[in-house]
Design a protein around this ligand. Structure first.
Ligand code: ASP
Length: 327
């Protein structure tokens, strides 16, 4: 075969492959899409994921199925997505844990900065400090005094190493100079059940799950973890204003895809996230649950990537000083 014929066949083959690829992407999404949530159903991350998924399904014309993959503070799900086929049918939502896990785990089976494609940030969610309903402290000053005096017999629920409940609990322990027994759950939905049942004493958790319980009076509530008071709980003081200087945890959420997912798909997914963040059903529900829509500058792949890098740098030293590690 002459060189020109080979070149011709090569070029024709490439064109054919390109056409097939373009067709596949053009048809995307041709079936339902999986959005992996790293914590238990019904909890804060799950609530955000399902609210967005409902709106995005309408935009994309295909169902987005939320899949809860549990374990190891969200890192089981992250490892699963990092190894999933980059075909546009698997996506991932995670919070600050995407950054904090890099310091918490000595051997993480994925690299959050290089094993994923970045799509967008979604919402920012405050946390709240809670105790079981019959906890013997009626305000934060009493809470702090009681915890200091009774730390040896107290436990703290969280969603494992890598969860924001763990991060917030660790910051609380440091701020009060106490050591509590951590009880890890697969998410803060089961941890909340344990708090309501009185099996655990205290917990930090996002408003996306806690506001209904706070409003129903089924837990004791001592303050929010944001710098300023929040609209959804206007009378609630911040922990910082009650003496925990610089105590600030705001939970941000990013949406990711396995590395290598085709760019046109990432772009369509980004547009669907942005549309969801403007959908009145989403904005209303998020506002009721204390969540703020991420700033426009964060609703881009670069916005998420830059933020994640900064968060890895921010939390690394805090966590290393806290000394909570896993292999
Ligand atoms: N609130 C959780 C956390 O502490 C996770 C969840 O169940 O959404 O990270």
């Amino acid at each position: 075969m002459g060189i020109s014929r080979k070149l011709f066949i090569g070029a024709a083959g490439a064109a054919c492959l390109w056409a097939l690829g373009a067709q596949a992407q053009g048809a995307w999404p041709a079936k339902s899409i999986s959005l992996v949530v790293p914590f238990a159903a019904g909890g804060p991350t799950d609530v955000v994921a399902r609210t967005l998924a409902a709106s995005m399904s309408k935009t994309l014309g295909q169902t987005i199925v939320v899949e809860n993959k549990l374990g190891a503070g969200g890192t089981v799900a992250a490892a699963f997505v990092a190894r999933a086929a980059p075909d546009g049918y698997t996506f991932f939502i995670n919070h600050n844990g995407m950054a904090t896990s890099t310091a918490l785990y000595r051997k993480l089976p994925y690299n959050p900065l290089t094993d994923f494609e970045f799509i967008s940030q979604a919402v920012d969610v405050p946390m709240t400090l809670l105790a079981r309903k019959d906890f013997p402290a009626n305000n934060f000053a009493e809470f702090a005094a009681y915890v200091k005096a009774n730390q040896a017999k107290m436990n703290l629920g969280n969603a494992g190493l890598g969860a924001v409940s763990q991060l917030c609990g660790m910051m609380l322990e440091r701020a009060l100079d106490v050591k509590l027994t951590a009880v890890p759950f697969s998410g803060t939905a089961p941890a909340m059940n344990a708090l309501l049942g009185g099996q655990i004493d205290i917990m930090c958790d996002q408003t996306t799950q806690t506001i209904p319980q706070i409003k129903a009076g089924s837990v004791k509530f001592y303050g929010v973890t944001t710098k300023n008071r929040i609209k959804a709980l206007p009378d609630a003081p911040t922990l910082a204003e009650q003496g925990l200087k610089d105590f600030e945890v705001l939970v941000w959420h990013g949406i990711y895809a396995p590395k290598g997912t085709p760019k046109p798909i990432l772009e369509k997914m980004n547009a669907a996230v942005r549309a969801a963040l403007k959908d009145p059903d989403v904005t209303r529900r998020m506002a009721d649950l204390g969540a703020e829509i991420a700033a426009d500058s964060k609703q881009s792949p670069e916005g998420l990537q830059t933020w994640l890098k900064a968060e890895i740098d921010r939390w690394g030293p805090v966590i290393k000083a806290g000394g909570a590690f896993a292999d």
